[in-house]
Design a protein around this ligand. Structure first.
Ligand SMILES: Nc1ncnc2c1ncn2[C@@H]1O[C@H](COP(=O)(O)OP(=O)(O)OP(=O)(O)O)[C@@H](O)[C@H]1O
Ligand SMILES: [Mg+2]
Length: 454
């Protein structure tokens, strides 16, 4: 917003900013600017000091009341040091001394917008964290359409009685989604019992799941309640279901269909009141076609499948999640979360994240605890963790750099192809080829009008 009673200043300032790619809004008096300001205003206010009606200093005071994070730049007369000092003391973010150059103006606006972006981001994050603490159960952080959709699906599923299959790469959030469904459901007062089918030895998994009677087999000295029975009223989470032995898959299928369980060595079935959530990292359909997974069990599990997209398909969430993890890590150790500069954000976007959110969380924790040892240069911390550590070969570096530039342009233009082509100076065909090569989807950068569904 450019506020000045003199038309020629509004026009020159406006033109300079427009040429630099901004969208100036001119106002000839302070009140009008105030009337047009909303809470989520993402820009900078530049105001002259001497104006009829409400002057620049009064405007500044009013703005400080409304939103102390707004970057306000006051235009002071040449050599008017005392006014400039007073403006800064009153909380102006910066001042421009007349006459100022176009470059000075653009630089102030650029920094102001960056500051504002960070304040809004922090505000959003704080609200997220508060919501996280108040909401029942964990919250899925993210604002890309895919993650909002996932959150709303999880919410709906939590309210109905159905078994669920979660499908996603390592660290993508399967555990988190399973817990979120349980916590929001009517079962939340009952146990959430997680069992990692890949980690329990084949010889004991059956008794782990179903329990056994005393003397059912050698070594069964006591009766034991299995996980299914233990979860009565609640939820059983079968993690890495793909590694469940085939023989046991038959028994699991029966449990899912009949909602009954028999302890080993017993003939008395126990009725079960549980929800089963299974998770897999592999394509179970393909596995069932090759006979590695029972087809009937696959179809039984596949009634409701929730795919959890990998992090590289929701680039926009990466900085947000990073800040979320950093804030959590910082508050746990009683520290301030260090800020994230633009270079670090680019480094985050350029990475592939094979370990998904878990890898990002680990990095964020290292950044909070060890960032000071490397001047908060995120790229240096990442090098250490990179499996391709050391100097990357030139073609790979060039590739990453290209991906980073395209991602930034997509973020900036919210996935609008024409504008991205224009900014990068490439024809559409070239851009599409590169999007495919880097596995970037413009849709993931679009801001959808429709917020998450109820
Ligand atoms: N959208 C998200 N918002 C907040 N935290 C998340 C999100 N997704 C994942 N996390 C966090 O990232 C970490 C890894 O997620 P989680 O353990 O759920 O992954 P997973 O899919 O179960 O991985 P694995 O297959 O290796 O078991 C957890 O600390 C989880 O809380
Ligand atoms: Mg897990």
């Amino acid at each position: 917003m450019v506020i000045d009673d003199e038309a020629h200043l509004r026009i020159t300032v406006g033109q300079t900013l427009e040429l630099a790619g901004y969208q100036p809004q001119p106002f000839d008096n302070a009140q009008q600017a105030l009337d047009n300001l909303d809470r989520d205003f993402s820009g900078v206010l530049i105001s002259d000091i001497r104006m009829p009606g409400m002057d620049g200093m009064a405007l500044l005071r009013e703005l400080r009341q409304r939103d102390p994070d707004l970057p306000v730049v006051l235009i002071t007369g040449h050599g008017d040091i005392s006014t400039a000092v007073e403006a800064m003391r009153e909380g102006a973010w910066d001042f421009l001394e007349k006459p100022f150059s176009g470059d000075q103006l653009v630089e102030v606006v650029r920094r102001g917008i960056e500051k504002r972006r960070l304040s809004l981001e922090n505000r959003y994050l704080k609200a997220e964290l508060e919501a996280q603490q108040s909401a029942a159960g964990p919250r899925l952080v993210g604002r890309t359409p895919v993650i909002k959709h996932l959150a709303s699906m999880a919410q709906r599923i939590s309210q109905v009685e159905t078994d669920v299959l979660l499908f996603g790469e390592t660290g993508a959030g399967k555990d988190l989604v399973a817990r979120a469904i349980h916590e929001r459901s009517a079962r939340s007062a009952h146990p959430f019992v997680a069992i990692n089918c890949g980690a329990v030895p084949e010889s004991t998994i059956e008794s782990e799941l179903f329990g056994h009677e005393k003397g059912a087999f050698t070594g069964a000295v006591e009766r034991r309640i299995g996980k299914f029975e233990y979860a009565q009223g609640g939820t059983v989470f079968l993690d890495e279901i793909e590694s469940m032995p085939l023989a046991l898959q038959v028994k699991l299928l029966r449990v899912l269909q009949e909602r009954m369980v028999e302890r080993l060595g017993s003939n008395t079935p126990v009725e079960l009141n549980i929800r089963v959530i299974a998770a897999t990292k592999i394509d179970l359909k393909a596995a069932s076609e090759t006979g590695e997974f029972r087809e009937d069990l696959y179809y039984r599990l596949n009634v409701v499948t929730l795919p959890i997209p990998p992090l590289r398909e929701r680039l926009e969430d990466i900085p947000l999640l990073f800040q979320h993890f950093a804030a959590v890590a910082a508050s746990r150790s009683g520290m301030e979360a260090p800020p994230l500069d633009a270079g670090s954000v680019s480094a985050l976007l350029a990475h592939d994240w094979p370990g998904n959110a878990r890898e990002l969380r680990n990095l964020a924790e290292r950044y909070v605890l060890l960032g000071v040892t490397c001047d908060y240069r995120l790229d240096r911390l990442m090098e250490g963790s990179d499996s391709e550590s050391g100097e990357l070969p030139l073609p790979r570096q060039v590739e990453l750099f290209e991906k980073q530039l395209i991602s930034q342009a997509l973020v900036r233009h919210q996935g609008r192809i024409n504008e991205v082509c224009e900014q990068l100076g490439v024809p559409r065909k070239t851009l599409y080829d590169k999007l495919r090569k880097h596995d970037l989807k413009p849709d993931n950068f679009r801001q959808h009008d429709r917020e998450s569904q109820p």
